[in-house]
Write a protein that binds this ligand. Structure first.
Ligand SMILES: *Cc1c(COP(=O)(O)O)cnc(C)c1O
Length: 449
Protein backbone atom coordinates (compact mmCIF):
# COMPACT_ATOMS: atom_id res chain seq x y z
CA UNK A 1 0.00 0.00 0.00
CA UNK A 2 1.34 3.44 -0.83
CA UNK A 3 1.10 6.34 1.57
CA UNK A 4 -1.09 9.27 0.51
CA UNK A 5 0.98 12.12 -0.87
CA UNK A 6 -0.35 14.65 1.62
CA UNK A 7 0.78 12.42 4.49
CA UNK A 8 4.25 12.22 2.92
CA UNK A 9 4.37 16.00 2.75
CA UNK A 10 3.29 16.34 6.40
CA UNK A 11 6.01 13.95 7.57
CA UNK A 12 8.58 15.58 5.32
CA UNK A 13 7.79 19.09 6.56
CA UNK A 14 7.71 18.01 10.19
CA UNK A 15 10.90 15.94 10.28
CA UNK A 16 13.06 15.91 7.19
CA UNK A 17 16.13 18.09 6.75
CA UNK A 18 16.99 18.20 3.04
CA UNK A 19 20.54 18.33 1.66
CA UNK A 20 21.85 21.62 0.25
CA UNK A 21 18.52 23.23 1.05
CA UNK A 22 17.47 26.44 2.79
CA UNK A 23 14.73 24.78 4.80
CA UNK A 24 12.93 28.10 5.32
CA UNK A 25 12.21 28.16 1.58
CA UNK A 26 11.48 24.45 1.49
CA UNK A 27 8.84 24.72 4.22
CA UNK A 28 7.14 27.58 2.38
CA UNK A 29 6.88 25.72 -0.94
CA UNK A 30 4.92 22.75 -2.19
CA UNK A 31 7.37 19.82 -2.55
CA UNK A 32 7.37 17.54 -5.55
CA UNK A 33 7.02 13.97 -4.25
CA UNK A 34 8.61 11.39 -6.53
CA UNK A 35 6.94 8.08 -5.90
CA UNK A 36 8.28 5.97 -8.75
CA UNK A 37 10.30 6.08 -11.94
CA UNK A 38 10.41 4.41 -15.32
CA UNK A 39 13.38 4.60 -17.68
CA UNK A 40 14.39 8.22 -18.12
CA UNK A 41 11.27 9.49 -16.33
CA UNK A 42 10.41 10.26 -12.72
CA UNK A 43 6.78 9.80 -11.69
CA UNK A 44 5.20 11.93 -8.99
CA UNK A 45 2.60 10.91 -6.44
CA UNK A 46 -0.22 11.97 -8.79
CA UNK A 47 1.20 9.89 -11.65
CA UNK A 48 2.70 12.80 -13.61
CA UNK A 49 5.88 12.01 -15.54
CA UNK A 50 9.03 14.16 -15.65
CA UNK A 51 12.14 13.67 -17.74
CA UNK A 52 15.04 13.13 -15.29
CA UNK A 53 17.18 15.91 -16.78
CA UNK A 54 20.03 15.69 -14.24
CA UNK A 55 20.08 11.90 -13.81
CA UNK A 56 18.87 12.11 -10.19
CA UNK A 57 21.81 14.34 -9.25
CA UNK A 58 24.27 13.04 -11.85
CA UNK A 59 24.21 9.39 -10.86
CA UNK A 60 21.61 7.54 -12.91
CA UNK A 61 23.29 6.10 -16.00
CA UNK A 62 21.03 3.66 -17.84
CA UNK A 63 17.62 4.93 -16.75
CA UNK A 64 15.51 3.87 -13.77
CA UNK A 65 14.23 0.34 -13.23
CA UNK A 66 16.53 -1.14 -15.84
CA UNK A 67 15.43 -4.78 -15.92
CA UNK A 68 19.05 -6.02 -15.99
CA UNK A 69 20.08 -4.07 -12.87
CA UNK A 70 16.81 -4.79 -11.05
CA UNK A 71 17.30 -8.51 -11.73
CA UNK A 72 20.91 -8.48 -10.55
CA UNK A 73 19.90 -6.87 -7.25
CA UNK A 74 17.04 -9.36 -6.81
CA UNK A 75 19.36 -12.29 -7.54
CA UNK A 76 21.87 -11.01 -4.98
CA UNK A 77 19.04 -10.51 -2.48
CA UNK A 78 18.26 -14.21 -2.82
CA UNK A 79 21.77 -14.91 -1.52
CA UNK A 80 22.53 -12.10 0.95
CA UNK A 81 22.15 -8.32 1.12
CA UNK A 82 25.29 -7.45 3.01
CA UNK A 83 28.26 -9.06 4.70
CA UNK A 84 31.34 -7.28 5.97
CA UNK A 85 34.64 -7.03 4.09
CA UNK A 86 36.43 -6.65 7.43
CA UNK A 87 37.96 -10.12 7.66
CA UNK A 88 35.70 -11.74 5.04
CA UNK A 89 35.53 -11.82 1.24
CA UNK A 90 32.41 -11.78 -0.95
CA UNK A 91 31.73 -12.71 -4.59
CA UNK A 92 30.26 -9.43 -5.93
CA UNK A 93 32.89 -7.20 -4.28
CA UNK A 94 35.76 -9.34 -5.59
CA UNK A 95 34.37 -9.62 -9.11
CA UNK A 96 33.65 -5.90 -9.29
CA UNK A 97 37.19 -5.07 -8.11
CA UNK A 98 38.62 -7.22 -10.92
CA UNK A 99 36.27 -5.64 -13.47
CA UNK A 100 37.12 -2.09 -12.36
CA UNK A 101 40.85 -2.78 -12.47
CA UNK A 102 40.41 -4.11 -16.02
CA UNK A 103 38.57 -1.04 -17.35
CA UNK A 104 40.23 1.73 -15.33
CA UNK A 105 43.16 3.74 -16.68
CA UNK A 106 46.22 1.46 -16.72
CA UNK A 107 48.09 0.69 -13.51
CA UNK A 108 45.15 1.16 -11.12
CA UNK A 109 45.05 -2.39 -9.82
CA UNK A 110 43.65 -2.03 -6.29
CA UNK A 111 40.09 -1.12 -5.30
CA UNK A 112 39.05 0.24 -1.89
CA UNK A 113 35.28 0.55 -1.50
CA UNK A 114 33.19 3.05 0.39
CA UNK A 115 29.70 4.45 0.02
CA UNK A 116 29.89 8.05 -1.23
CA UNK A 117 32.02 10.18 -3.47
CA UNK A 118 33.14 12.14 -0.42
CA UNK A 119 34.35 9.02 1.37
CA UNK A 120 36.18 7.88 -1.77
CA UNK A 121 38.01 11.22 -1.70
CA UNK A 122 38.72 10.96 2.06
CA UNK A 123 40.28 7.57 1.38
CA UNK A 124 42.42 8.93 -1.45
CA UNK A 125 43.70 11.75 0.80
CA UNK A 126 44.43 9.38 3.68
CA UNK A 127 46.15 6.89 1.38
CA UNK A 128 48.35 9.67 0.00
CA UNK A 129 49.27 10.95 3.47
CA UNK A 130 50.07 7.49 4.81
CA UNK A 131 51.92 6.45 1.64
CA UNK A 132 54.50 9.21 2.09
CA UNK A 133 54.84 8.54 5.82
CA UNK A 134 55.47 4.88 5.08
CA UNK A 135 58.19 5.99 2.69
CA UNK A 136 59.74 8.04 5.48
CA UNK A 137 58.57 11.43 4.24
CA UNK A 138 56.44 13.94 6.09
CA UNK A 139 54.12 15.40 3.50
CA UNK A 140 50.94 17.07 4.66
CA UNK A 141 50.13 19.56 1.91
CA UNK A 142 47.75 19.08 -1.01
CA UNK A 143 47.48 21.09 -4.19
CA UNK A 144 43.94 21.44 -5.48
CA UNK A 145 41.98 23.45 -8.02
CA UNK A 146 40.28 26.72 -7.17
CA UNK A 147 36.57 26.00 -6.77
CA UNK A 148 37.13 22.24 -6.96
CA UNK A 149 34.37 20.12 -5.48
CA UNK A 150 35.08 16.76 -3.87
CA UNK A 151 32.19 16.16 -1.47
CA UNK A 152 31.03 17.39 1.91
CA UNK A 153 32.97 15.50 4.56
CA UNK A 154 35.62 17.62 6.27
CA UNK A 155 38.65 16.23 4.46
CA UNK A 156 36.98 16.31 1.06
CA UNK A 157 35.79 19.86 1.73
CA UNK A 158 39.34 20.86 2.64
CA UNK A 159 40.62 20.15 -0.85
CA UNK A 160 37.50 21.63 -2.41
CA UNK A 161 36.20 25.11 -2.07
CA UNK A 162 33.02 26.97 -2.67
CA UNK A 163 32.44 30.18 -0.75
CA UNK A 164 28.75 29.63 0.11
CA UNK A 165 29.20 25.94 0.96
CA UNK A 166 32.42 26.12 2.93
CA UNK A 167 32.58 29.43 4.75
CA UNK A 168 31.81 27.97 8.18
CA UNK A 169 34.61 25.41 7.99
CA UNK A 170 38.36 25.81 7.92
CA UNK A 171 40.42 23.28 5.93
CA UNK A 172 41.71 20.34 7.96
CA UNK A 173 44.83 19.98 5.84
CA UNK A 174 47.09 22.63 4.32
CA UNK A 175 46.06 23.22 0.72
CA UNK A 176 47.55 25.30 -2.08
CA UNK A 177 44.86 26.27 -4.56
CA UNK A 178 45.72 26.80 -8.19
CA UNK A 179 43.44 27.89 -11.02
CA UNK A 180 42.43 25.56 -13.82
CA UNK A 181 42.80 27.14 -17.29
CA UNK A 182 39.11 28.08 -17.41
CA UNK A 183 39.44 30.11 -14.20
CA UNK A 184 42.41 32.01 -15.61
CA UNK A 185 40.49 32.65 -18.81
CA UNK A 186 37.41 33.83 -16.96
CA UNK A 187 38.98 35.96 -14.26
CA UNK A 188 41.82 37.51 -16.25
CA UNK A 189 40.15 37.69 -19.64
CA UNK A 190 42.97 35.95 -21.49
CA UNK A 191 42.77 33.71 -24.55
CA UNK A 192 42.49 29.92 -24.08
CA UNK A 193 46.12 29.15 -25.08
CA UNK A 194 47.55 31.77 -22.76
CA UNK A 195 45.21 30.61 -19.98
CA UNK A 196 46.43 27.01 -20.34
CA UNK A 197 50.06 28.13 -20.17
CA UNK A 198 49.40 30.39 -17.16
CA UNK A 199 47.51 27.68 -15.27
CA UNK A 200 50.33 25.20 -15.82
CA UNK A 201 52.94 27.78 -14.80
CA UNK A 202 51.07 28.41 -11.55
CA UNK A 203 50.82 24.72 -10.84
CA UNK A 204 54.51 24.29 -11.52
CA UNK A 205 55.38 27.22 -9.25
CA UNK A 206 53.29 25.68 -6.45
CA UNK A 207 54.96 22.30 -6.92
CA UNK A 208 58.43 23.86 -6.97
CA UNK A 209 57.81 26.05 -3.92
CA UNK A 210 56.74 23.14 -1.68
CA UNK A 211 58.74 20.41 -3.34
CA UNK A 212 58.97 17.41 -1.02
CA UNK A 213 56.04 18.59 1.12
CA UNK A 214 53.13 17.90 -1.25
CA UNK A 215 51.28 14.62 -0.72
CA UNK A 216 49.20 14.90 -3.88
CA UNK A 217 47.64 17.11 -6.51
CA UNK A 218 43.86 16.65 -6.58
CA UNK A 219 41.83 17.47 -9.70
CA UNK A 220 38.46 16.89 -11.27
CA UNK A 221 39.60 15.90 -14.76
CA UNK A 222 38.15 17.51 -17.90
CA UNK A 223 35.14 19.15 -16.24
CA UNK A 224 34.84 20.81 -12.82
CA UNK A 225 31.25 19.85 -12.14
CA UNK A 226 29.86 21.54 -9.04
CA UNK A 227 31.80 24.77 -9.71
CA UNK A 228 29.27 25.30 -12.51
CA UNK A 229 30.52 22.92 -15.26
CA UNK A 230 33.91 24.43 -15.98
CA UNK A 231 35.58 22.64 -18.87
CA UNK A 232 39.30 22.02 -19.26
CA UNK A 233 41.22 21.88 -22.52
CA UNK A 234 42.16 18.25 -23.07
CA UNK A 235 45.88 19.20 -23.04
CA UNK A 236 45.69 20.27 -19.39
CA UNK A 237 45.44 16.83 -17.82
CA UNK A 238 48.49 15.19 -19.47
CA UNK A 239 50.52 18.29 -18.58
CA UNK A 240 49.38 18.01 -14.94
CA UNK A 241 50.35 14.34 -14.99
CA UNK A 242 53.77 15.25 -16.37
CA UNK A 243 54.34 17.93 -13.71
CA UNK A 244 53.32 15.64 -10.84
CA UNK A 245 55.90 13.14 -12.09
CA UNK A 246 58.60 15.74 -12.57
CA UNK A 247 58.06 17.09 -9.04
CA UNK A 248 57.63 13.59 -7.65
CA UNK A 249 54.18 13.78 -6.13
CA UNK A 250 50.94 11.82 -6.51
CA UNK A 251 48.03 12.69 -8.78
CA UNK A 252 44.48 12.09 -7.57
CA UNK A 253 41.78 12.27 -10.25
CA UNK A 254 38.29 12.64 -8.83
CA UNK A 255 36.03 11.03 -11.44
CA UNK A 256 33.02 10.78 -9.14
CA UNK A 257 31.10 13.00 -11.57
CA UNK A 258 32.96 12.44 -14.85
CA UNK A 259 33.25 8.65 -14.65
CA UNK A 260 31.06 6.11 -16.40
CA UNK A 261 30.49 7.71 -19.75
CA UNK A 262 29.60 11.27 -18.76
CA UNK A 263 32.32 12.88 -20.86
CA UNK A 264 31.72 10.65 -23.87
CA UNK A 265 34.30 8.06 -22.85
CA UNK A 266 34.19 5.63 -19.97
CA UNK A 267 36.51 7.85 -17.92
CA UNK A 268 37.63 11.46 -18.44
CA UNK A 269 41.25 10.31 -18.09
CA UNK A 270 40.74 8.22 -21.25
CA UNK A 271 40.49 11.40 -23.35
CA UNK A 272 44.02 12.33 -22.33
CA UNK A 273 45.34 8.75 -22.19
CA UNK A 274 46.72 9.32 -18.70
CA UNK A 275 46.44 7.35 -15.48
CA UNK A 276 46.51 8.97 -12.04
CA UNK A 277 48.01 7.33 -8.94
CA UNK A 278 44.64 7.41 -7.21
CA UNK A 279 41.21 7.52 -8.85
CA UNK A 280 37.92 8.14 -7.10
CA UNK A 281 34.62 6.80 -8.43
CA UNK A 282 31.06 7.15 -7.14
CA UNK A 283 27.76 8.46 -8.48
CA UNK A 284 27.36 6.32 -11.65
CA UNK A 285 29.35 3.36 -10.31
CA UNK A 286 26.24 1.40 -9.28
CA UNK A 287 24.30 2.74 -12.28
CA UNK A 288 22.98 5.32 -9.81
CA UNK A 289 21.05 2.66 -7.91
CA UNK A 290 22.75 2.26 -4.53
CA UNK A 291 25.35 4.13 -2.49
CA UNK A 292 28.69 2.78 -3.69
CA UNK A 293 32.05 4.43 -4.25
CA UNK A 294 35.58 3.24 -4.88
CA UNK A 295 39.12 4.55 -4.60
CA UNK A 296 41.51 2.89 -7.03
CA UNK A 297 45.23 2.83 -6.32
CA UNK A 298 48.37 1.72 -8.11
CA UNK A 299 50.28 -1.38 -7.10
CA UNK A 300 53.12 0.87 -5.97
CA UNK A 301 50.92 2.64 -3.42
CA UNK A 302 49.39 -0.67 -2.34
CA UNK A 303 52.79 -2.28 -1.77
CA UNK A 304 53.96 0.55 0.48
CA UNK A 305 51.33 -0.55 3.01
CA UNK A 306 52.59 -4.16 3.19
CA UNK A 307 54.64 -5.31 6.18
CA UNK A 308 54.56 -7.38 9.36
CA UNK A 309 51.30 -6.90 11.32
CA UNK A 310 53.07 -5.52 14.35
CA UNK A 311 54.52 -2.66 12.32
CA UNK A 312 50.97 -1.34 11.93
CA UNK A 313 51.46 -0.15 8.38
CA UNK A 314 48.02 -1.42 7.29
CA UNK A 315 45.43 1.05 6.05
CA UNK A 316 43.22 1.20 9.14
CA UNK A 317 40.13 2.51 7.43
CA UNK A 318 36.74 1.00 6.71
CA UNK A 319 33.04 1.62 6.75
CA UNK A 320 30.31 -0.70 7.98
CA UNK A 321 28.93 -1.03 4.46
CA UNK A 322 32.28 -1.17 2.62
CA UNK A 323 31.74 -3.33 -0.48
CA UNK A 324 28.02 -3.87 0.11
CA UNK A 325 26.89 -6.90 -1.89
CA UNK A 326 23.68 -5.44 -3.33
CA UNK A 327 25.49 -2.29 -4.46
CA UNK A 328 28.33 -4.32 -6.02
CA UNK A 329 25.81 -6.55 -7.82
CA UNK A 330 24.12 -3.43 -9.21
CA UNK A 331 27.50 -2.08 -10.32
CA UNK A 332 28.37 -5.33 -12.11
CA UNK A 333 25.05 -5.24 -13.98
CA UNK A 334 25.60 -1.57 -14.82
CA UNK A 335 29.07 -2.33 -16.24
CA UNK A 336 27.52 -5.07 -18.41
CA UNK A 337 25.32 -2.38 -19.97
CA UNK A 338 28.40 -0.43 -21.12
CA UNK A 339 28.43 -2.30 -24.41
CA UNK A 340 30.56 -1.13 -27.35
CA UNK A 341 27.27 0.01 -28.92
CA UNK A 342 26.43 2.21 -25.93
CA UNK A 343 29.91 3.77 -25.87
CA UNK A 344 29.75 4.30 -29.64
CA UNK A 345 26.40 6.13 -29.26
CA UNK A 346 27.75 8.74 -26.82
CA UNK A 347 29.52 11.11 -29.25
CA UNK A 348 26.36 11.33 -31.38
CA UNK A 349 24.22 12.06 -28.31
CA UNK A 350 26.66 14.77 -27.21
CA UNK A 351 26.61 16.24 -30.73
CA UNK A 352 22.79 16.18 -30.77
CA UNK A 353 22.72 18.01 -27.42
CA UNK A 354 25.19 20.59 -28.80
CA UNK A 355 23.11 21.14 -31.96
CA UNK A 356 19.91 21.64 -29.97
CA UNK A 357 21.64 23.98 -27.52
CA UNK A 358 23.07 26.03 -30.39
CA UNK A 359 19.71 26.35 -32.06
CA UNK A 360 17.46 26.98 -29.06
CA UNK A 361 19.48 28.20 -26.07
CA UNK A 362 22.46 30.14 -27.43
CA UNK A 363 20.30 32.88 -29.05
CA UNK A 364 18.57 33.72 -25.72
CA UNK A 365 19.46 37.20 -24.47
CA UNK A 366 20.52 36.24 -20.93
CA UNK A 367 22.57 33.16 -21.76
CA UNK A 368 26.19 34.20 -21.26
CA UNK A 369 27.85 30.85 -21.91
CA UNK A 370 27.08 27.20 -22.67
CA UNK A 371 29.70 24.78 -21.40
CA UNK A 372 29.56 21.15 -22.45
CA UNK A 373 31.62 18.01 -22.20
CA UNK A 374 29.75 14.91 -23.35
CA UNK A 375 26.46 14.87 -21.46
CA UNK A 376 27.65 17.35 -18.79
CA UNK A 377 26.22 20.77 -19.61
CA UNK A 378 26.14 24.13 -17.85
CA UNK A 379 24.10 27.05 -19.19
CA UNK A 380 25.09 30.22 -17.37
CA UNK A 381 22.56 33.03 -17.07
CA UNK A 382 23.34 36.68 -16.36
CA UNK A 383 21.38 39.90 -16.13
CA UNK A 384 23.74 41.54 -18.63
CA UNK A 385 25.93 39.05 -20.48
CA UNK A 386 27.88 41.74 -22.34
CA UNK A 387 28.96 43.50 -19.16
CA UNK A 388 29.10 40.17 -17.30
CA UNK A 389 26.71 41.44 -14.69
CA UNK A 390 25.13 38.56 -12.73
CA UNK A 391 21.64 38.41 -11.32
CA UNK A 392 21.29 39.14 -7.61
CA UNK A 393 21.25 35.89 -5.56
CA UNK A 394 17.89 36.80 -4.04
CA UNK A 395 16.30 36.79 -7.49
CA UNK A 396 16.81 32.99 -7.52
CA UNK A 397 16.91 32.96 -11.31
CA UNK A 398 18.39 29.45 -11.55
CA UNK A 399 15.86 28.11 -9.07
CA UNK A 400 12.92 29.79 -10.78
CA UNK A 401 14.08 28.39 -14.10
CA UNK A 402 14.01 24.81 -12.83
CA UNK A 403 10.52 25.39 -11.42
CA UNK A 404 9.45 26.58 -14.87
CA UNK A 405 11.00 23.44 -16.36
CA UNK A 406 9.19 21.30 -13.81
CA UNK A 407 5.84 22.73 -14.94
CA UNK A 408 6.83 21.59 -18.44
CA UNK A 409 7.62 18.05 -17.29
CA UNK A 410 11.40 18.14 -16.83
CA UNK A 411 13.22 17.85 -13.48
CA UNK A 412 16.45 19.86 -13.25
CA UNK A 413 18.67 21.21 -10.47
CA UNK A 414 20.74 24.37 -11.03
CA UNK A 415 24.13 25.44 -9.66
CA UNK A 416 23.35 29.04 -8.72
CA UNK A 417 22.36 30.73 -11.98
CA UNK A 418 23.93 28.00 -14.09
CA UNK A 419 21.30 25.65 -15.39
CA UNK A 420 22.68 22.10 -15.44
CA UNK A 421 21.63 19.45 -17.93
CA UNK A 422 23.05 15.99 -17.31
CA UNK A 423 20.67 13.43 -18.75
CA UNK A 424 21.14 9.67 -18.34
CA UNK A 425 23.28 8.07 -21.06
CA UNK A 426 20.11 6.21 -22.06
CA UNK A 427 18.41 9.43 -23.23
CA UNK A 428 16.88 9.09 -26.70
CA UNK A 429 17.02 11.56 -29.59
CA UNK A 430 13.42 12.79 -29.09
CA UNK A 431 14.07 13.21 -25.35
CA UNK A 432 17.18 15.29 -26.08
CA UNK A 433 14.98 17.62 -28.12
CA UNK A 434 12.39 17.85 -25.32
CA UNK A 435 15.06 18.45 -22.68
CA UNK A 436 16.70 21.32 -24.54
CA UNK A 437 13.42 22.81 -25.73
CA UNK A 438 12.07 22.89 -22.18
CA UNK A 439 15.33 24.38 -20.91
CA UNK A 440 15.10 27.12 -23.56
CA UNK A 441 11.43 27.88 -22.87
CA UNK A 442 12.02 27.96 -19.13
CA UNK A 443 15.00 30.31 -19.42
CA UNK A 444 12.99 32.57 -21.74
CA UNK A 445 10.02 32.59 -19.34
CA UNK A 446 12.11 33.53 -16.30
CA UNK A 447 14.64 35.91 -17.87
CA UNK A 448 12.17 37.45 -20.31
CA UNK A 449 14.59 36.96 -23.17
C1 LIG B 1 29.33 14.57 -6.24
C2 LIG B 1 30.80 14.64 -6.18
C3 LIG B 1 31.51 14.18 -5.05
C4 LIG B 1 30.81 13.74 -3.79
O1 LIG B 1 30.06 12.59 -3.97
P1 LIG B 1 28.96 12.21 -2.86
O2 LIG B 1 28.52 10.85 -3.24
O3 LIG B 1 27.88 13.25 -3.00
O4 LIG B 1 29.64 12.27 -1.54
C5 LIG B 1 32.87 14.17 -5.10
N1 LIG B 1 33.53 14.60 -6.18
C6 LIG B 1 32.90 15.06 -7.27
C7 LIG B 1 33.71 15.48 -8.45
C8 LIG B 1 31.52 15.11 -7.31
O5 LIG B 1 30.88 15.62 -8.38
Amino acid sequence: MTTAADQVVRWDRAHLWHPFTQMQDWLAAEPLVIAAADGNYLIDAAGRRYLDGVSSLWCNVHGHRRPEIDAAIRAQLERVAHTTLLGLASPPSAELAARLAAIAPPGLTRVFYSDAGATAVEIALKLALQYWRLRGEERSRFVALIDGYHGDTLGAMSVGFSEPFHRFYTPLVPVTRVPAPYVVQRTRGVAPDAALAAALAELEAALARDRGAIAAVVVEPLMQGAAGMWPQPVEYLPAVRELTRRYDTLLVCDEVATGFGRTGRLFACDHAAIAPDLLTLGKGLSGGYLPLAATLATEEIFRAFLGPYEDYTAFFHGHTFTGNALACAAALASLDLFTPALLASLPEKAAALARELDARVRPLAHVVEIRQCGSMIGIELMRDPRRREPYAPRERVGHRTILAARRRGVVLRPLGDTLVLMPPLSIRADEIETLVMVAAESIAEVTGG
